[in-house]
Design a protein around this ligand. Structure first.
Ligand code: HEM
Length: 185
């Protein structure tokens, strides 16, 4: 997985819990990289899972909740890394619709060895958008958090439901983004 994911996790833990907690976590996890993450590097997915597992154990916060919060935090870092030409969307719906075939496609072009999830969409309802998420990594809770982070970025209020989930045996996840009427509408 791309280093930016790991540097964002380290930033979040240090910001919210302090450097001592992050250092202790790395000592206890005893990972191949020793936690020397750089945003341009690549690290094994298992390191992320190990860190989240330990953090969940220590904090008593369930892993899906931690991963969701991390997704929300991560969004701002990913968005800031986009070239200005990809920051042109004016609302959340439009933005979510270009994740698969524009934004993640560009990531894959720049980092050919990256592995990106796939999203397909049901865009037929003006009040909601269904995103079908597929990935061997099953990071659907991160996807929920990323969507929440994107909503914040665009100043919109949404509810996200997740009625079909790979963690419950389905072959993909359905994430339904319910758009609330914005105050000016
Ligand atoms: C709401 C918006 C977004 C959603 C729902 C989303 C979803 C995801 C998810 C769930 C992953 C984890 C990997 C997996 O599931 O297989 C991921 C990875 C990634 N995404 Fe996105 N993403 C969003 C926006 C962005 C943006 C704005 C960027 C900007 C560059 C970005 C770049 C990346 C990168 C670099 C990875 C890691 C790929 C790898 O490690 O190989 N994403 N995305």
């Amino acid at each position: 997985m791309q280093g930016i994911i790991f540097t964002a996790l380290s930033d979040m833990v240090i910001e919210k819990l302090g450097m001592a907690v992050w250092d202790q976590l790395l000592d206890d996890a005893n990972l191949p990289s020793q936690g020397a993450y750089t945003s341009g590097g690549r690290y094994d997915d298992s390191e992320l899972l190990a860190l989240v597992g330990l953090l969940s154990e220590r904090s008593g916060i369930a892993a899906p909740d931690l991963v969701r919060s991390f997704g929300e935090y991560l969004f701002a870092k990913l968005y800031a890394s986009l070239p200005p030409s990809l920051q042109h969307c004016s609302d959340l719906r439009q933005f979510l619709l270009v994740i698969d075939n524009t934004i993640h496609k560009e990531v894959k072009r720049v980092y050919p060895d990256s592995y990106l999830p796939s999203f397909s969409y049901d865009d037929s309802d003006a009040n909601q958008l269904t995103m079908h998420y597929r990935s061997k990594r099953k990071l659907c809770f991160a996807a929920e958090g990323l969507i929440a982070g994107a909503a914040k970025q665009f100043g919109e209020t949404v509810q996200i439901s997740h009625p079909v989930c790979m963690h419950q045996g389905a072959d993909h996840c359905c994430l339904i983004v319910h758009f609330k009427a914005q105050p000016h509408e």
